[in-house]
Design a protein around this ligand. Structure first.
Ligand code: SF4
Length: 63
């Protein structure tokens, strides 16, 4: 699984980081950054929760 952040939508709310701290990191630029290229199966549920809770719908995933 891979995840992508649409930086034109992201506003740094950090809901993604709360849901999946091993995958998303909001930095000083107020944007979320993906920490892992190939997201392990063990993180899938957390990443999908991040997708659902992002208030800007800025996260997309692909398998
Ligand atoms: S929750 Fe969404 S808007 Fe907020 S930092 Fe994460 S990707 Fe960006």
């Amino acid at each position: 699984m891979k995840a992508k952040i649409d930086t034109t939508l992201c506003e740094g709310h950090a809901k993604c980081m709360e849901a999946a701290p091993a995958v998303f990191e909001v930095r000083d630029d107020d944007l979320s950054h993906i920490l892992v290229d190939d997201i392990p199966e063990s993180e899938r549920d957390r990443v999908l929760r991040a997708v659902r809770t992002c208030p800007r719908a800025a996260i997309s995933t692909e398998d």
